[in-house]
Design a protein around this ligand. Sequence first.
Ligand SMILES: Cc1ncc(COP(=O)(O)O)c(C=O)c1O
Length: 436
Amino acid sequence: MIWAGRLADHIKETAKRPGRLSKTLAEGRGFFMGWTPVDETRTEANSDRWHSRTLAIHGGCNRSQFGENAEALFLTSGFRYEQAEDAADRFSDRQDGYTYSRLGNPTVRMFEERLALLEGAEEAAATATGMAAVNASLMSGLRAGDRVVAARCLFGSCNYILTDILPRFGIDVVLVDGRDLAAWKTALSRETSMVFLETPGNPTLELIDIEAVCALAHAAGAKVIVDNVFATPILQRPLELGADIVVYSATKHIDGQGRCLGGAIITTSAYRKQILQPFLKHTGPALSPFNAWVMLKGLETLELRVRTQSRTALELARFLDRHDQVEQVIYPGLESHPQHALAVRQMAGYGSLLAFRVGGGQERAFKIMNALRLVAISNNLGDAKSLITHPTTTTHQRLRMDERETLGITDDLVRLSVGLEDVEDLMQDLDQALRI
Ligand SMILES: Cc1ncc(COP(=O)(O)O)c(C=O)c1O
């Protein structure tokens, strides 16, 4: 109670010091019901000056009166009010402050602010999973009669939302070959509400020219959502290329150590306030404060991990490309990738995912996967541990055979998520498995 009293005094004191109020509070962006007590780091001067590596460590950090160095974990479902009048004021937006963690939480807010800063965006909204982010970004902005154009090379669950769920609500969905600008042009010759794409795509690493598709989409009146999971904010910045919304599965590289599920939607303040926030508030895909805390720590090392993983992935791709037991390697960093020039133009590195065909169908793919000793069989990706998966029987198992064939997801294709192990050890493990 003593501490609670001091905290209340501290809040009142802090509120009297405009220079130390967070940008969020100072701007009165109370829609997330968020009170941010002392913002040591996100002053306008600092966040404008800092590079992404610094933002990933200090961005969005709000310290409590205890002066903790690591970000505080506010593991609470609800918040208290000193008086009934305060509750009434907070619920009617007359007072800034948290009410309930489904609507906002200080630890989650730190994660959102840090991610938005890293992305060069005004806003980020955290969600419980990547799929919750994908679903909310689509559902919040669509209504019956709308039209969506999407790339056909997508993560299986994204494909399900687009091709199974949305049509049930009277939304017309058209899938195109994302690599083909003429196909986008034809599909976007009619008024369209939203465009959804993923680049590089899962699992065949097809690329999409974000800038060109955004220009066509905007001319058709559409908002563009980019699933940037494979590239991460370190290697690709879709908002700078014209996208309106970026979605993440934070489960992947942002956590990066295979511990927690999470997701995020990155956009403008106006879009979050008007379109997203009412949907998130009432449907409840909120990120747990504990997971947000893990993700905050993940962001601190994101750049180091992703750059190391990309370097290792390129070395492994070259090694597999030379290997006599491998039929084909797909990696945007290889000159043999048909869209290598686009990767050079659009990305700041080629990412931690590669795919390769081993010949001999599913039987040989399974045999090789089962022979690996260091690389683990798992459908997750972006982990510190290298992981291998067989898309046909796991992540893309839902697709019809002809759909898989069109996408090049053959029975002998395996996807490798490159971790942080020593490249020599990974080469040795892959080599011994391929020779089995
Ligand atoms: C490209 C892509 N988008 C979205 C998701 C969904 O993320 P989550 O598993 O966190 O819901 C995944 C998951 O594998 C993915 O690979």
